[in-house]
Design a protein around this ligand. Structure first.
Ligand code: SF4
Length: 423
């Protein structure tokens, strides 16, 4: 092997396990993007004033729209008062549903306070589902910061949805993961051009959309943080399709090819469909990659997008990986991307901020991808940073977004360069 081509393959490399405190947003944050995808759903958080404040500030823009989430604030109570809590919740739901007949799916979302943990939300949801059948489907999941990081909120929600889906023998493709509408449309266009028609996406836009699952359902994820949903699909008999995640030209091509292969699409048809958008994406990445090539990057664990994004930055933009941290690693989901990372990359799972800070200062990378709370202190120490959460809220999947994805990483580097010049 020539010297300048790095050896690939991290799937079997030792993973540095960190078991300190997590410093990321909780799963309630995912309601901010989930409510946009599910147009007839309402998210009722059973929580504290802190939960209400988080949602208000994270999704402040909703103030101008018909709200599709709220917080039922649970005041301190003792165990003897729990019966009243159930009645109170019942009353709240009844008022909400009589005021809002457009709600077809009601999600009861659990949170951290001990009063909420004492509640058996699964049983509450089951009883309410029976009571409001067939008009409203009531499902519960946890967005608690003790159990979930911000992207795991989507995972917990989809897992609960999958559990409640009817069974079927239908041969179909299921795509798991919320995408911005425009990106989802591009994906569907590509899949349709490959000749695939029986496709559904979770989260589904409307509850009435016909969605079922069974042994002839083949499924693939567009987000690497859907480990519990993946397991639930397998438990329901569906067959996973493993691939790289659709970031960049290469990631998108490998993701689409894995589906094409599963459904018997010929290589000739596949090449004809992807040739033009792939070339466009490669050229667009190339125009940005000049600013990234040879620069080093360190990922703090945050969104669980880290491993596929590291693959994109290394293989398609020429960046050098130092450490790639992820809060949780679902190997069955990210195996292909791990296999495509340079074998010298240090992979870490979990968080121990102090130790990770020591390491990032040792590496002194050109770019550090991290949570909001770490960005300012690191910038003050002279490091260039990228907020990980921005990657979750930006359209970054598939061919047409490939250059924008590269630009998100190039921007802080260019800003640092400009600051140096003008200093
Ligand atoms: Fe805070 Fe927990 Fe509520 Fe999240 S769920 S806002 S971490 S109290």
């Amino acid at each position: 092997m020539p010297k300048d081509i790095p050896q690939l393959g991290c799937a079997k490399s030792p993973v540095l396990k960190e078991r300190g405190q997590h410093e990321v947003f909780c799963g309630l944050t995912s309601i901010v993007w989930l409510h946009r995808k599910m147009q007839d759903a309402f998210f009722l958080v059973i929580g504290s004033r802190t939960c209400a404040h988080l949602l208000q500030s994270a999704a402040g823009v909703m103030i101008f729209a018909e709200p599709r989430f709220a917080t039922a604030i649970l005041e301190e109570t003792d165990l003897a008062g729990m019966a009243d809590v159930h009645e109170e919740l019942d009353r709240n739901v009844s008022q909400l549903l009589s005021r809002r007949p457009d709600i077809k799916r009601l999600f009861l979302v659990g949170s951290c306070p001990s009063e909420v943990i004492k509640l058996d939300l699964a049983t509450v949801a089951e009883k309410l589902s029976e009571k409001y059948f067939p008009n409203v489907n009531v499902i519960n999941f946890s967005g608690s910061g003790i159990e979930t990081t911000f992207t795991q909120g989507e995972d917990a929600c989809l897992e609960a949805v999958i559990r409640s889906l009817p069974s079927s023998e239908r041969t179909q493709l299921a795509v798991l993961g919320a995408l911005p509408d425009i990106v989802q449309d591009q994906m569907m266009r590509l899949l349709n051009e490959l000749g695939l028609e029986d496709i559904f996406v979770l989260p589904q836009i409307k509850f009435d959309d016909e969605v079922s699952v069974g042994p002839n359902t083949h499924f693939i994820c567009v987000q690497p943080f859907l480990g519990a949903s993946y397991e639930e699909m397998v438990r329901r008999g569906a067959i996973p399709i493993s691939a790289n995640f659709p970031f960049g030209a290469e990631g998108t091509t490998k993701w689409l090819w894995a589906i094409a292969e599963r459904f018997g699409v010929s290589k000739a048809v596949f090449d004809a469909v992807v040739a033009a958008p792939k070339l466009r994406a490669e050229q667009a990445i190339e125009s940005v990659a000049n600013d990234l090539r040879g620069k080093s990057v360190f990922f703090f664990p945050d969104s669980q997008l880290e491993i596929p994004l590291a693959r994109f930055l290394s293989n398609e933009c020429g960046m050098e990986l130092t450490e790639v941290g992820s809060p949780f690693i679902h190997k069955s989901l990210v195996y292909a991307d791990l296999e495509d990372l340079p074998s010298s990359t240090q992979i870490s799972e979990g968080q121990d901020v102090d130790k990770q800070l020591d390491r990032v200062f040792d590496y002194d990378p050109d770019l550090t991808v991290c949570g909001l709370g770490l960005a300012n202190p690191l910038e003050a120490k002279g490091l260039s940073t990228k907020w990980a959460i921005e990657l979750v809220f930006s359209p970054i999947h598939f061919y047409e977004q490939a250059a924008d994805l590269a630009s998100l990483f190039a921007r802080p580097l260019n800003r640092a360069k400009l600051l140096k010049v003008s200093a």
